[in-house]
Design a binder for this molecule. Structure first.
Ligand SMILES: [Zn+2]
Length: 229
């Protein structure tokens, strides 16, 4: 995390000139109220008392964010449709997809593990990507989606539970171990799943909560301007 810089907030800052908009923000860790200051791109504002991050400067534009989420949605569909690997041994050929992997774990009597894999690898990433597209597409069209705060809170709650990279690591270890007993042919899904993790990580690091709400506010302002006087 970057160190406080000249953009660091000053709670003892002199009052803003009359007429200038002054916004206050409370530190989530120590509750200290501080004035917001404009930040440079990719800079962070830190609390002057506890040094925790108060807010981040602009990370990315809406077009890039929407493009990343559309790419993630496409890669998630490809990852679920095509096999992750084809195993050939003694004349037998088995195609393993993401979902058939869950079913195999379930059939082995590990219902809880199967449920966890299903949720963290397929259901929750799909829900998160779907919710973000639900929020971003209307914003891109100039109008915020209905129930935006509720859906955004859902995205924030889901995000820590998407663990696709852990699943991929498990699959790779298993494939390397199985290589001694069977011929392993990596499937389309394996590559698309790797690409999905890269795109999803890029989108997560580029996403700024502050940017998102700025987009919502500016789209609402645009809507108000469109209203007949
Ligand atoms: Zn603080």
């Amino acid at each position: 995390m970057s160190q406080p810089s000249s953009s660091e907030l000053q709670s003892s800052r002199p009052p803003a000139p009359e007429g200038a908009a002054t916004r206050l923000i409370a530190c989530r860790d120590c509750d200290l109220l501080q004035q917001e200051v404009p930040l440079e791109r990719h800079a962070d504002a830190h609390c002057i008392r506890c040094n925790s991050v108060l807010y981040r400067g602009t990370r990315t534009g809406m077009n890039l964010m929407l493009s990343l989420m559309l790419a993630c949605a496409f890669l998630l569909i490809v990852s679920n449709v095509f096999p992750i690997a084809v195993l050939e041994a003694q004349g037998t050929r088995v195609e393993a997809t993401l979902f058939s992997t869950v079913l195999t774990v379930y059939d082995q009597g590990r219902e809880l593990v199967a449920l966890l894999v299903l949720l963290t690898t397929i259901v929750l990433p799909a829900l998160e990507i779907g919710c973000l597209l639900y929020l971003l597409v209307p914003l891109w069209l100039g109008r915020p989606a209905s129930r935006t705060p509720l859906v955004f809170r859902l995205v924030m709650a889901i995000h820590p539970w998407s663990m696709m990279e852990i699943f991929l690591l498990g699959v790779l270890v298993t494939l390397v171990k199985l290589n001694d007993f069977a011929t392993i042919i990596p499937g389309v899904s394996l590559w698309s799943f790797c690409a999905l993790i890269v795109f999803f990580t890029a989108a997560s690091s580029a996403f700024s909560t502050r940017d998102f709400w700025e987009w919502v506010v500016s789209s609402q302002a645009g809507q108000l301007e469109e209203l007949p006087q």
